[in-house]
Design a protein around this ligand. Sequence first.
Ligand code: TMP
Length: 215
Amino acid sequence: MGFFITFEGIEGCGKTTQIRNLSDRLTVAGYNTLLTREPGGCRIADKIRAILLDAENQGMVPLTELLLYAAARAQHVAEVIVPAMNSGAIVLCDRFTDATIAYQHNGRGIERATIDSLNSLACQSLSPDLTVLMDCDVATGLARAKRRIEGASGPREERFELEALPFHQRVRDGYLRLAADQPNRFLTISASGTIDEISREITERVLERLALKTG
Ligand code: TMP
């Protein structure tokens, strides 16, 4: 069986850069890794991602949003993550079930029990072995996300970035609560150092966890 690591955090927290760096460092260290993301990670789920993040879809009701995330996850788990885990890989996923709790429960206000039952339906029996939470304050994160979107050449995936500040504050608080409730699974990293300092810290802490698992 492989090892499943997820990265979480608010918009602009730097997790996409950090998960890439971790994947590169683990590959150099000789590990077989698979880097993927949600929503997306395979052709069908990428199509669902385009609907979810399209800024023109402002009229999407919270339940539709939740069901689309669950549908994308079901496909991604079955088609990509479970086969990679069965082959013994370290799977690194940029966002997973905790994002649904933070965004659709804490952010949108959907009942936690509804989120939990859809997450477990979509995941079969899979759950992260380790979750890296990149924590940063909401104003800094949103400013960084805005710069990234304005500099991007592809579709403007900004439906969530357009939400007001209190929404993002609830999402951040939700993540911090999840991390406080499950200290053994979560590794909370302050996003305030340089990219390289943060990368080194994450790599060291992940290698410690991997050694515990194999040793
Ligand atoms: P990204 O910006 O990390 O690519 O994630 C896309 C957006 O999707 C981000 O705004 C967070 C949101 N999201 C949810 O609301 N619920 C989820 O379950 C997931 C995976 C992402």
